[in-house]
Design a protein around this ligand. Structure first.
Ligand code: R5P
Length: 325
């Protein structure tokens, strides 16, 4: 009897499951022939990716001989037929990170890897996109030239694209730009009521304006003049109601913090109820003491590991890497 009753349900199940393949579950459970590693800056993220993608995390030892020469060693004998993913943010120690990545990529290929992918959640050198003073190096071009030779693909999050229109301007390899905009928008929607979004300079407006539209808030932008690494001034270009509002200053990079500080001063002067700073990449090269005097809250994404990390970019990278078979 029971067989007679369940038979139609079984048929319906078979029919539905033939057409309906729930993406969310299949992509993350797919067995991928990838090896995940890190040169040291993004070990936490690398391990999370390996776990979610169900592939092996291979530790990498980066040491030195007594004379200072680099000694690098993967805890693996061979990467034959494997895709090797190096997860390495360029902070802290951007120069050493670049050097480590090249060493790791060349070693991975030497050990048989068929493809080397760099996941650089934060990509350094992008702000030096021209020769600002005579005789200076255009670091972004040198960095990309070195990576073009050693890796096959780069995946990065919100790189500082100002004078370059896209990563293709400097990379000849496959280059994927992901953005944390939606994640930041969702975070704001959940956490901050009655917001006004502020871009502290013209470059940041590309993030600030999009996020403002997503959360349904008004936005404004400041015109910034930089006199030195630590001295910037800014003035408001578009008047919006700030009095009594929760102002959110959004920038791609928080380095010394002075860009945010100047914007926060404007917001406070205009009677903001609270001031929040959100950075995609929190470098905090001079700590947070000065910044904390001007803003109430500081949040960042985890492209660089820091105690202010509150917005998780793991799903972005996961989705992109799941495309690799
Ligand atoms: C530059 O245009 C970037 O978008 C950031 O505004 C800048 O790097 C922030 O630097 P700092 O925190 O040192 O003012």
């Amino acid at each position: 009897m029971a067989f007679v009753y369940t038979q139609p349900y079984f048929k319906v199940y078979k029919f539905v499951s033939y057409f309906y393949k729930p993406q969310k579950f299949t992509i993350y459970k797919k067995e991928v022939h990838m090896i995940i590693t890190s040169c040291g800056n993004s070990v936490k993220l690398a391990k999370q990716l390996a776990k979610k993608l169900r592939c092996k995390y291979v530790p990498l030892e980066v040491g030195a001989f007594p004379d200072g020469d680099m000694l690098m060693r993967f805890k693996a004998k061979s990467f034959k037929k494997k895709k090797v993913v190096i997860v390495q943010s360029f902070q802290p120690n951007p120069d050493m990170s670049l050097f480590d990545i090249i060493w790791a990529a060349e070693t991975a290929k030497d050990l048989g890897a068929k493809k080397v992918i760099l996941v650089a959640p934060y990509l350094a050198y992008m702000r030096q996109d021209k020769r600002f003073n005579p005789g200076e190096a255009v670091s972004s071009r040198i960095m990309s030239k070195l990576l073009n030779k050693s890796i096959d693909k780069i995946i990065t999050i919100d790189p500082h694209l100002h004078r370059y229109k896209s990563l293709k301007d400097i990379f000849t390899i496959s280059a994927v730009k992901l953005t944390a905009n939606d994640l930041i928008g969702d975070f704001i929607k959940k956490k901050i009521k009655n917001p006004v979004i502020m871009g502290p300079d013209w470059e940041s407006y590309q993030w600030a304006d999009k996020i403002a539209k997503q959360v349904g808030a008004e936005s404004t932008c400041l015109a910034k003049t930089r006199f030195s690494y630590r001295r910037v001034t800014s003035k408001m270009t578009k008047d919006v109601e700030i009095k009594g509002k929760n102002v959110i200053i959004i920038d791609d990079i928080i380095s010394t913090g002075h860009t945010i500080i100047e914007a926060a001063k404007k917001a406070n002067k205009k009677g903001a109820k609270s001031v929040t700073a959100i950075g995609v990449h929190g470098l905090f090269v001079e700590g947070m003491d000065q910044l904390k005097k001007h803003v109430d809250y500081i949040y960042t994404t985890n492209t660089i590991e820091h105690k202010t990390n509150k917005i998780d970019i793991l799903p972005l990278v996961l989705k992109e890497l799941a495309k690799e078979e």
